[in-house]
Design a protein around this ligand. Structure first.
Ligand SMILES: C[C@@]1(CC(=O)O)c2cc3[nH]c(cc4nc(cc5[nH]c(cc(n2)[C@H]1CCC(=O)O)[C@@](C)(CC(=O)O)[C@@H]5CCC(=O)O)C(CC(=O)O)=C4CCC(=O)O)c(CCC(=O)O)c3CC(=O)O
Ligand SMILES: NC(=O)C1=CN([C@@H]2O[C@H](COP(=O)(O)OP(=O)(O)OC[C@H]3O[C@@H](n4cnc5c(N)ncnc54)[C@H](O)[C@@H]3O)[C@@H](O)[C@H]2O)C=CC1
Length: 192
């Protein structure tokens, strides 16, 4: 049973802190920016991989802090992703963040995460997020590839046309819902 509640965050309206500038720090900042290129991100770490430096030098919304984590790094942060190679320090940082009601992801300890990153299928405006409840991130990655291949490329056109219809429809909420359900019923009607 997967009890996670999926939401889609506007990271450009939030400030994310990443702790740790190694491989996993790089993976996480890449995941953040691939999805939300305008995200505001601070990354704190005594050693920072060159790939992260390159990302930061091309993006004024990314700031790098070259030292170990300090509590003051949490000031005005909304989300924290903790990814140092020190499991105990990761748990300690997560505790401090939680005591300040900041949502926290701890890369090496799913049990103390408030949220997980997901595997993401993207087709234009369509985005499908996949979670295996932490059971197998690799399966999530593979399913992303399967779904990405299975979804037709012309979905973007369909979405644009449906948005145009949606903007055009007059009447009360219920009649708009009826009309949009009628137009899209072809997508789910069983073929006889
Ligand atoms: C719980 C979670 C917390 C979180 O990180 O948010 C978590 C935890 C852990 N991951 C570990 C390992 C790997 N993670 C990946 C990849 C991804 N991991 C992602 C998410 C999540 N990983 C969250 C659950 C998501 C869900 O619910 O399904 C993805 C989907 C999203 C992203 O990270 O952006 C991204 C795929 C993106 C894509 O390409 O689509 C690979 C494969 C690879 O890189 O090819 C490996 C190596 C193979 C393996 O071990 O499976 C380890 C062990 C570390 C160790 O052993 O040292 C832990 C810790 C543990 O499980 O204890
Ligand atoms: N969730 C996921 O997708 C995955 C999680 N992991 C876990 O993530 C952890 C990190 O792995 P890697 O990035 O490969 O390690 P790494 O050794 O490449 O990087 C660790 C980074 O943390 C920094 N660091 C250490 N102490 C710090 C502190 N007090 N404050 C700030 N930064 C600090 C180091 O300077 C270094 O840059 C490991 O524990 C690993 O088990 C590993 C693979 C995937």
């Amino acid at each position: 049973m997967n009890n996670l509640f999926p939401i889609f965050l506007k990271l450009e309206n939030l400030h994310t802190l990443i702790v740790g500038g190694g491989y996993v720090g790089l993976e996480k900042i890449t995941a953040v920016l691939d999805n939300s290129p305008l995200a505001n991100v601070s990354l704190v770490s005594p050693d920072i991989r060159q790939e992260i430096r390159d990302i930061a030098s091309a993006n004024s919304r990314i700031s790098l802090i070259e030292r170990k984590f300090e509590n003051e790094d949490l000031v005005a942060k909304d989300l924290v992703i903790v990814a140092t190679n020190d499991k105990q320090e990761n748990a300690r940082i997560a505790n401090v963040a939680r005591s300040q009601n900041i949502l926290t992801n701890v890369a090496d300890t799913p049990a103390i995460c408030d949220f997980y990153l997901s595997s993401v299928v993207r087709k234009g405006n369509l985005k499908v997020a996949i979670s295996t409840n932490g059971m197998s991130p690799t399966l999530a990655k593979r399913l992303k590839e399967v779904l990405g291949d299975a979804l037709p490329d012309n979905l973007e056109t369909a979405m644009e046309q449906l948005k145009a219809v949606r903007d055009m429809l007059k009447g009360d909420f219920a009649s708009k819902v009826d009309e949009l359900n009628r137009i899209t019923s072809v997508l789910t009607d069983k073929k006889s």
